[in-house]
Design a protein around this ligand. Structure first.
Ligand SMILES: [Zn+2]
Length: 202
């Protein structure tokens, strides 16, 4: 999921990235933009991959370094995914779903750029040192967050929940995680970024 050596991507704002993810949702599963529900991420990503000429290939866990769950290979147009991560999709595991959405972000946002960089023999860089807006990892994470938790339905669902009285602390996180089938961490980050976007104090 997070290769250290990569390339700097063309700068993209969170809004531009969100537009790309929304385009895909509108085309394939528009209902998620109207009511709070989970994206059928496995089906959706396979569809998008085939549109870009990619396919998904399962690899044994030993194929990957410790904390890597999937890798996008732009040259061979393959998304390699750990077998155990893939199996967790069946159980609607939030982290596995996010991993798949993240790789989909690389395919959509970076395929053309990567091929052009290859043609110009650009030097690989340590992407942990590049600024967020040109980091392919930051961009793919933003894409995944929007794909799994579209603002149009996630934000109203969040507002409804926090307005409920007698609410236990953390209840809304748990509720949103189960509606959108994502991890608690993903929900917390999405709330934080939407609150910032809307100019609300943290
Ligand atoms: Zn990545």
């Amino acid at each position: 999921m997070i290769p250290i050596i990569g390339f700097t991507a063309l700068p993209m704002s969170a809004n531009d990235i969100g537009d790309e993810a929304n385009k895909i949702l509108r085309k394939h599963q528009g209902s998620v933009l109207f009511r709070p529900e989970s994206v059928n991420v496995e089906w959706l990503v396979e569809l998008v991959l085939s549109e870009y000429g990619y396919c998904m290939e399962l690899k044994p866990d030993t194929y990957f370094a410790d904390d890597i769950e999937a890798v996008t290979d732009f040259q061979t147009r393959k998304v390699y995914i750990r077998e155990d991560t893939y199996n967790k999709l069946e159980k609607d595991d939030g982290r596995a779903r996010y991993t798949l959405a993240h790789e989909c972000g690389h395919v959509v946002l970076h395929t053309e750029q990567w091929l052009q960089k290859l043609a110009t023999a650009a030097r690989a860089v340590d992407i942990t040192k590049v600024k967020p807006f040109i980091s392919p990892e930051w961009q793919a994470n933003k894409f995944a967050a929007v794909l799994l938790m579209p603002e149009q339905t996630f934000w109203p669902a969040y507002c409804d929940l926090v307005q409920e009285q007698d609410m236990l602390n953390g209840f809304e996180i748990q509720e949103l995680a189960s509606i959108f089938k994502v991890s608690w961490t993903a929900v917390e980050k999405r709330i934080e970024s939407l609150r910032k976007k809307k100019g609300l104090l943290m």
